[in-house]
Design a protein around this ligand. Structure first.
Ligand SMILES: [Zn+2]
Length: 168
């Protein structure tokens, strides 16, 4: 009886810590992965051209498997009826859009894992380093919702897991 009681107490104390450490490490991995995805996107486009999702996965990560990472390119005219609008910026007519210029996002990468209490998700854009959207944070950009939306000329985004990028 005593032994059982001890095990229960130990389990109650230790497991949540180990679990949290594991989850934190997983979140840190996601940030590293997003940095890599950003680098690959820039590399494919020489820092100027923004690769299409097809080019990004096909040329940048040909070994990618199904997963929970997304690469989405902002439609550069972004009238709501043409494709997506990542940045709230009508690039054809920036004066008429509330968050433009200064927020003209070209692409976003994010993960859609369940990060539990640690994050709603993690994203990086061409302008922002990997950023954790905390539970309870107001998420007006709501990049994660794009994974379920049509993307204009592009097919609906595919979730993938990047394997090592193609060597040059
Ligand atoms: Zn993640």
């Amino acid at each position: 009886m005593v032994a059982i009681a001890v095990i229960v107490v130990v389990a109650g104390v230790v497991i949540p810590d180990v679990y949290t450490d594991f989850e934190k490490a997983r979140l840190a991995d996601c940030k590293v992965e997003l940095d890599l995805m950003k680098a690959v996107a820039y590399d494919l486009g020489d820092g100027i051209y923004i690769p299409t999702p097809e080019e990004f996965w096909g040329e940048g990560f040909p070994d990618a498997e199904e997963g929970e990472y997304y690469y989405i390119v902002d439609s550069q005219d972004a009238n709501a009826d043409h494709g997506n609008d990542l940045d709230g910026c009508v690039e054809d007519s920036p004066g008429n859009s509330p968050r433009c210029p200064g927020m003209d996002i070209k692409f976003v990468v994010f993960c859609a894992h369940d990060h539990g209490d640690l994050a709603q998700y993690v994203y990086a854009t061409d302008q922002d380093s990997p950023t954790v959207v905390l539970p309870g944070d107001e998420d007006h950009l709501n990049f994660k919702a794009q994974k379920d939306k049509g993307q204009g000329d592009y097919p609906k985004p595919e979730g993938k897991t990047p394997k090592k990028p193609k060597k040059k």
